[in-house]
Design a protein around this ligand. Structure first.
Ligand code: ZN
Ligand code: ZN
Length: 413
């Protein structure tokens, strides 16, 4: 048995007054999600643990069976892996922003206008830099989307225990990076990061592409803000090593892709997918249907529902849920339920009224031949809470799926 696993990022929510106290999932028209619920087994799931709002990174680790409290050492390495940079276990990785600063390093816009022309070329000028004071450190730098980039430092004696240079607001100075513990490594890494910050500024501020921006009156992308320093846990074995399943991911969000790559999934690109509500769900579904011939486990990530939630836009959220429903409809129509499970859930709740992740559990439904059923016929936070799976934790999910796939090992004799 194989498995196609669909996650609507931040899809779960709370009752909303404007929707007659329904959640967006309850208010949306979701015949296909409901079919999965009706034909399969349902439950609710605490991605991390009850009441703990997960990030997309920690929650995805948990959904793939890796306890984030044991395997998570910062966001940076996942961003960098997702951006296509190589991250080894001794490297320290960051997520970064292009920013606009004045000559006193006062931040005028910590996203440099967000839409940055020629960002790839600007990033290229920062890649493979040499530092005079630290000749043994290798710098890998790459632009991802809009103002976002990733940075990986390679070399001896590095530590993730350093602060951010990003103050998270405009009209403040770039923060000096400081060590967060007493080790030589943390002090050295803080020095490396501070020296890099000033070299980045020198290169970017004088870059011909920024001269063009100045002439046009556009935002100059002349500084890099660093945050989320992290390392990759040595202990993360791939899904194949752990369970003997080959896995692939369909999605575009760098952070989530990074987690998927860290657990050994192969990234399958879909040209039409953009990570917005407009994402071509048909193209994603088609790719998943093709991929399930070659892989045991195909993970499909849809980001739009989380973006709509952060924007506080429940109409948009309902729309993106209905797109996920479309995607699942294509899967149901084209997948042989005797050969593959279909699993639908969210990585965390992002209530539109909060505009942030919350610690509420998320609905979960699993369908496929041999899967027990229950009396649930609607896919929602409320309906699924009465289902046969009861209430489980994120890290319980993969063992359940691996068992349904017939790949579990007996405990005892
Ligand atoms: Zn998420
Ligand atoms: Zn979010």
């Amino acid at each position: 048995m194989k498995a196609i696993f669909v996650v609507g990022d931040g899809m779960a929510d709370r009752p909303i007054r404007e929707l007659a106290m329904k959640t967006p999932l309850q208010a949306a028209n979701t015949p296909s999600l409901d079919k999965v619920a009706r034909n399969g087994i349902c439950g609710i799931m605490d991605p991390i643990s009850p009441g703990v709002p997960g990030g997309s990174d920690t929650a995805h680790l948990a959904l793939f069976g890796y306890d984030p409290y044991k395997y998570y050492f910062g966001r940076g390495p996942f961003e960098a892996l997702g951006a296509g940079l190589d991250v080894a276990h001794n490297d320290v990785a960051f997520r970064c922003n292009f920013a606009t600063v004045n000559e006193d390093m006062l931040i005028l816009d910590r996203r440099a206008g967000r839409k940055i022309e020629s960002a790839d070329n600007l990033a290229e000028a920062l890649n493979c830099l040499k530092l005079n004071s630290f000749p043994d450190i290798l710098v890998n730098f790459k632009h991802t989307t809009e103002h976002r980039c990733a940075l990986v430092l390679k070399g001896p004696g590095l530590s993730r225990m350093i602060s951010d240079s990003d103050p998270n607001q405009n009209d403040t100075h770039i923060l000096p990076i400081v060590p967060l513990d007493d080790t030589i490594e943390a002090a050295r890494t803080a020095n490396v990061a501070n020296e890099l910050t000033s070299i980045f500024y020198k290169i970017l501020d004088g870059h011909p592409l920024n001269e063009i921006k100045r002439h046009k009156g556009a935002h100059v992308a002349n500084a890099i803000l660093l945050r989320g320093a992290g390392t990759l846990s040595k202990e993360i074995k791939t899904l194949n090593e752990r369970y003997g399943i080959s896995a692939a991911v369909i999605g575009v969000n760098a952070l989530v892709l990074g987690v998927c790559k860290a657990v050994g999934m192969q990234h399958l690109k879909v040209d039409e997918a953009t990570g917005t509500v407009e994402t071509d769900v048909k193209a994603k579904a088609k790719k998943a249907i093709e991929a399930i011939d070659r892989f045991d486990f195909v993970y499909v990530h849809v980001k739009g529902s989380d973006n709509a939630s952060h924007d506080g836009d429940f109409d948009q959220k309902i729309l993106s849920i209905e797109k996920i429903d479309d995607l699942v409809g294509h899967l149901i129509d084209n997948i042989d339920s005797r050969e593959s499970l279909i699993i639908v859930t969210a990585d965390h709740s992002t209530p539109v009224k909060l505009r942030e992740h919350s610690g509420d559990p998320v609905p979960l439904a699993i369908t496929g031949e041999g899967v027990r059923t229950d009396n649930i016929s609607r896919f929602s936070e409320i309906d699924c809470s009465l289902g046969g799976l009861g209430r489980i934790r994120g890290i319980d999910l993969i063992p359940i799926l691996v068992d349904l796939m017939g790949k579990s090992k007996k405990y005892g004799s």
